[in-house]
Write a protein that binds this ligand. Structure first.
Ligand SMILES: [Zn+2]
Ligand SMILES: [Zn+2]
Length: 395
């Protein structure tokens, strides 16, 4: 063994030791009762839960594997930490088509000022006028009556855009709730449906109680505004397929609105070609603007949507690092899940899901507009506009 090899071996041992120590430090403090069974009190996710969290058997279609998991703890950092991020094959971003001038114009219309205005109204930073009444939307908790103000607010935005919109009611645990569904009918194959979605409800960690303050700026006012911006960008263009914009409620209680809505789509035998869910798209404190797209490891062929989004970001030179994750921590943690369960293609577009990239204000009163990275969010919305326009076949 010569000196150089000896030094190399020592260096390797030091690296290995550091790695082992770091791995040990990163292990959750208590190992029994990890995961999302939530049987024994607090598991560190800051949620009040327990038996309240169990969805009643039979309330949802049998396809939903996550229906008996509790809500309100989606994106628990511990769960993300435990999840293996598998390396994914690179996506080909060569041979890109020329930029479409209509999409470039649509991108120009998505601005920090525009999204700030909407986010401020949705999160109670400023008051807003709903049906002639001045209101401050301080909470969008599913059990809070102010959720109805938020529903009215979203509905009014679609009406102002000239896009047909309706409430889609559902019942869970005897409680009558509503999603919002708006739609641009397809010009060529209207029976083929692309869904762009987010969840309107919010929580500050106790989704089972009536939280009076729950700003939920990143989670998920950001997705709500993103969906509205995609609608605004596409409304004046002819698309082969129908594009439907859906705002779910009851997400924080266990994906109630999306499980029910996907069941309704399945019962109506609808032909859903792809679901683009935006949940938490406005937080980024690291350089590099990483955005994660979760396809459940190509569940039902959902990788096709990841490719569309990744190529869109490259085609339009967006300031984003698009990461194709195979992070199973999020499989049943946002509204794309119900659609995957029914066999459709669906992805979740979100912020970076790692220890140091995750939103530090997640499910707290500090999830406010001032904490967000709005230029980053603009880029994520632009990517979604281009990806959805392409996927729905803009003419
Ligand atoms: Zn969320
Ligand atoms: Zn949440």
């Amino acid at each position: 063994m010569n000196t150089i090899i000896a030094l190399a071996v020592i260096a390797a041992l030091v690296v290995a030791a550091v790695f082992l120590v770091r791995s040990a430090l990163r292990k959750p403090a208590s190992t029994p009762n990890q995961g999302h069974n939530h049987d024994h009190g607090d598991d560190g996710c800051g949620c009040a839960h327990g038996d309240q969290g169990k969805a009643d058997e039979g309330e949802f279609h049998a396809v939903h594997s996550g229906k008996d998991t509790t809500g309100g703890c989606k994106f628990n950092p511990d769960e993300v930490r435990r999840t293996h991020l598998r390396p994914t094959p690179p996506i080909d971003v060569t041979n890109l088509p020329a930029k479409d001038a209509r999409i470039v114009a649509a991108h120009g219309a998505v601005t920090v000022a525009g999204i700030t205005d909407m986010l401020n109204q949705l999160t109670g930073e400023v008051s807003t006028v709903i049906n002639g009444k001045t209101v401050k939307i301080a909470s969008r908790n599913t059990h809070n009556k102010q959720l109805n103000d938020a529903l009215d607010w979203v509905e009014a935005r679609y009406k102002a855009l000239g896009i047909s919109v309706k409430r889609a009611p559902y019942t869970v645990r005897g409680k009558k709730l509503e999603n919002i569904v708006a739609e641009i009918p397809g010009a060529k194959n209207p029976s083929k449906i692309v869904i762009v979605s987010g969840h309107l409800d919010s929580t500050v960690g106790s989704p089972w109680s009536n939280e009076n303050i729950a700003p939920g700026a990143d989670d998920d006012a950001s997705g709500t505004v993103g969906v509205l911006e995609v609608a605004r960008a596409l409304k004046d263009h002819k698309l082969d397929y129908t594009v439907r914009f859906v705002h779910f409620t009851g997400e924080e209680q266990g994906l109630w609105g999306s499980y029910k809505y996907s069941d309704q789509c399945a019962a109506a035998k609808e032909d859903i070609v792809g679901v683009f869910q935006m949940d938490m798209i406005g937080y980024c404190r690291k350089p590099g603007n990483r955005v994660d797209i979760h396809d459940g490891e190509d569940a039902n062929g959902s990788h096709e949507l990841v490719v569309a989004l990744t190529r869109a970001a490259a085609q339009y030179n967006l300031d984003l690092n698009v990461v194709d994750t195979h992070n199973h921590a999020v499989d049943n943690r946002s509204d794309h899940a119900g659609f995957i369960d029914h066999g459709w293609k669906a992805v979740l577009i979100s912020i970076e899901f790692t220890d140091d990239g995750f939103d530090v204000n997640y499910h707290t009163r500090n999830d406010r507009v001032s904490e967000m990275n709005l230029p980053y969010m603009v880029e994520v919305i632009r990517m979604t506009i281009a990806g959805v326009a392409d996927f729905a076949k803009i003419q």
